[in-house]
Design a protein around this ligand. Structure first.
Ligand code: ZN
Ligand code: ZN
Ligand code: FE
Length: 750
């Protein structure tokens, strides 16, 4: 494999390249290191295990004065380097200032705030040149204090001295602050009345958490709702108040050892948790997991992370216990970022509000990653990563704005060989979300000083994002098919050369097809220039359309009906009344509000409902996640048959055999596992057909369905065993959060 690292920070003129050279040489890795205008670019090749070790050691053993502000990495195909060398620096290139993401608090600042003799002892806004807020405090460029939300705070003489002293760690640290001159915290009751401030507020917050209260805590890019993660009652109350009955909530721990005591983590997961970005990492619970069950009910996994700001660090270290820290928003709306908003929107949820008097200029939710197939795969790319660019293997002819899709939205702007992806915006289905969406578009165009020559949207005529494009950019708008955009984004981050074709498996919940039906189980033969729909799932009907997304039992009934006909009206696999069943039959037969779909995501929903796992959902991809969890409990290797007729993949035999298994009382986890195995087998089988036909051996796996670890890991491994080059996501999410990258790239090859 080849490991590619793109590092920003103080990595030039500090002995970083010789350090990398030695590290690569001792490990016997080939490749290069070079300085580029933004930092350092490294490529090393060798065995995957050695590359993992290299990745971990970069951070642990780097020269003491080197500082890493961000580190994006991907494992991609070998380039065949013969030796390791230090390449000549890339001097010129884009002088566009890199807007850094928010950088988690550094070790030295932590030492300051825990040292009673230091003047910043327990000061929650301590930062230095190497750490602290960036993206969320910048109002405009250049990055000077007067252009940030620190402008409101007049520096004290001490801080000013540090700022002007070249030998000080805080030399030119724009948000530099201390007890005397910087922002401070205040604790409020839910009515907005101040209870106490500063140290007292910190002490009191910790005490209130200990007593089981729910506290809205102002973080770096928005508020969290926090409560004691070991207090079942408190967590339950938070769930109920947030109207979030089942969706797992993330837990912030005081330190890595505490995480190790509660969860089973491997080296790459530990690296991800401790990395400068401090994302939420989805990991396996230990059998002895001692926190509240309702943190992630009925799940073998939990999202964990470490404090990323001094404020969080201080709270956790005084409390000495993990806390649930979930985004403070009301179902589907953007996260709360202002005090005004907090008191207006949160009083029924939070018992208290811990705020501070520095403005959050833009929202930025926590990032979420998961290690699958021994790679860090993003579920949500936001704090710590946004707005870092994804470097692409070619250059745009004109600047592009990509509008993203309507679910899990991110937008992107592309210029030269860079695509700047926005922070997570979310689903565009509430007025507040739409407002945040439009703000972010204006924000990015301004921040990166881009006047787009072309604008790209999804094809879906009903999407808010498409309509936005039509309304504001009709003269330069082009539309790209959803699943093609998925595959393009996967190709780009894997640096597929311009003249290379791929077999693309785009499996997700839904996307608009050029034939005006809902696609989602698609196999494309694609290049950057275009695609052909080579295979797809057999279309089936969704009685009630969108309603079927929330009620998988509708999809289940449709699948049963097309498999066993009227008998579906008789049996009782799914809890529907006789009337409902005959109503659905009528809807399907007479095509009343029952759109046809080829969705793989819905097929997962339907199967989950048929086996009785879940008939109604409360959040995106819930059934798919639960089916995966169930399947993880089985080591079954068998699978179900499927059919291929012309270019249609038939799932009827799958449903038929599942019914047989149910009749034979085969345990659910075995059925779930066999179903997963079936999809993997399907991928391999179709890849073989297409490789024979076209000679293409690059296989891109993209779309939300590939967040499933069983599918992704097994498909990846088996493709590799058979000599394919499987391509998976490591820089942007495989779900719709990565679509904007594909959209931007689409504009380059028109
Ligand atoms: Zn620092
Ligand atoms: Zn000061
Ligand atoms: Fe999608």
């Amino acid at each position: 494999m080849r490991l590619k690292l793109q590092i920003t920070g103080i990595v030039q003129g500090v002995g970083f390249r010789p350090f990398v050279f030695r590290l690569a040489k001792t490990a016997g890795l080939k490749g290069y290191v070079l300085n580029d205008p933004d930092g350092v670019l490294i490529e090393v090749e060798g065995e995957k295990k050695k590359l993992d070790e290299f990745l971990i050691r970069i951070d642990k053993e780097k020269p003491e004065i080197a500082k890493i502000y961000s580190l994006q990495h991907t494992f991609i195909e070998e380039a065949g380097y013969k030796e390791f060398r230090i390449k000549k620096s890339v001097e010129q290139g884009d002088k566009r200032a890199v807007v850094l993401p928010d950088i988690s608090v550094c070790e030295e600042c932590l030492a300051d705030i825990t040292n009673p003799k230091d003047r910043r002892f327990i000061y929650p806004f301590t930062n230095c040149t190497n750490c602290g807020p960036r993206f969320t405090i910048i109002k405009s460029l250049p990055y000077d204090r007067k252009n940030t939300s620190m402008r409101d705070f007049r520096v004290c003489p001490e801080c000013d001295r540090e700022y002007h002293s070249a030998s000080d760690r805080r030399f030119h640290a724009q948000p530099n602050a201390c007890h005397v001159c910087g922002p401070w915290i205040s604790l409020y009751d839910s009515g907005g009345n101040v209870i106490c401030t500063k140290e007292d507020a910190l002490e009191k917050t910790v005490n209130l958490l200990r007593k089981g209260n729910i506290i809205a805590v102002k973080g770096i890019g928005g508020y969290h709702l926090a409560c004691d993660a070991a207090n079942e009652e408190a967590v339950k109350r938070l769930r109920k108040k947030k109207d979030r009955e089942e969706k797992p909530m993330a837990v912030m721990f005081p330190d890595i050892n505490y995480i190790k005591a509660e969860t089973l983590i491997n080296d790459l997961e530990e690296r991800a948790i401790s990395s400068i970005e401090k994302p939420i990492v989805i990991v396996r619970k230990r059998e002895t997991f001692s926190l509240a069950r309702s943190v992630s009910p009925d799940k073998s996994t939990v999202g964990v992370f470490l404090p990323c700001t001094p404020l969080h660090y201080l709270i956790l270290h005084k409390l000495k216990k993990p806390v649930v820290a979930t985004s403070a928003n009301i179902s589907g709306e953007p996260v709360v970022k202002d005090e005004k908003d907090a008191f207006a929107r949160l009083p029924d949820i939070a018992d208290y509000v811990l705020a501070y008097n520095r403005e959050i200029v833009r929202r930025c939710d926590d990032s979420v990653v998961r290690v699958i197939a021994e790679r860090q795969t993003p579920v949500r790319r936001s704090r710590g990563f946004a707005p870092l660019p994804v470097i692409i293997p070619f250059s745009f002819k004109k600047p592009v704005l990509a509008l993203g899709p309507d679910m899990n939205n991110t937008i992107a702007v592309g210029i030269d060989n860079k695509v700047f992806l926005s922070q997570h915006i979310g689903d565009l289905d509430t007025p507040l979300a739409m407002e945040f969406y439009e703000e972010t578009i204006n924000d990015f165009l301004e921040l990166f000083d881009i006047d787009p020559g072309i604008v790209v949207s999804d094809m879906h005529p009903g999407y808010y994002s498409t309509k936005f494009g039509v309304r504001h950019f009709s003269d330069k708008l082009v539309k790209v098919q959803h699943h093609f955009a998925h595959i393009l984004s996967c190709m780009t981050e894997n640096e597929v050369p311009e003249d290379t074709g791929v077999i693309g498996f785009a499996f997700d919940g839904t996307g608009y097809g050029p034939d005006k039906t809902l696609w989602g189980g698609e196999v494309l033969i694609a290049s950057y220039k275009g695609f052909k729909r080579a295979y797809h799932l057999r279309p089936y009907r969704l009685p009630g359309g969108d309603k079927a997304v929330k009620e998988p039992c509708r999809t289940a009934f449709s699948l049963l009906y097309e498999t066993i006909g009227d008998e579906a009206g008789e049996n009782d696999y799914i809890p529907l009344t006789k009337e409902e069943k005959s109503f659905f039959i009528k809807m399907i037969k007479e095509n009343i509000n029952s759109p046809a779909t080829t969705s793989m995501g819905r097929l997962f929903d339907g199967v989950a409902s048929i086996i009785g796992l879940r008939h109604k959902v409360s959040y995106h991809a819930q059934t798919a996640m639960e089916l995966e969890q169930l399947a993880l409990r089985s080591d079954e290797t068998g699978s179900y048959p499927f059919s291929i007729e012309q270019n249609i993949i038939g799932h009827r035999p799958v449903i038929e055999m599942i019914i047989n298994d149910l009749k034979a009382k085969v345990p659910n986890e075995i059925i779930a596992k066999k179903f997963h195995n079936t999809i993997v087998k399907m991928i391999i089988f179709i890849a073989e057909l297409l490789r024979k036909e076209t000679g293409i051996s690059h296989v891109a796996l993209s779309g939300g369905v590939f967040q499933n670890s069983i599918l992704l890991e097994n498909a990846y491994r088996r493709l590799r065993e058979r000599g394919y080059t499987p391509l998976i996501h490591q820089l942007v999410p495989t779900n719709d959060g990565g679509i904007s990258l594909g959209q931007a790239v689409y504009s380059r090859f028109l």
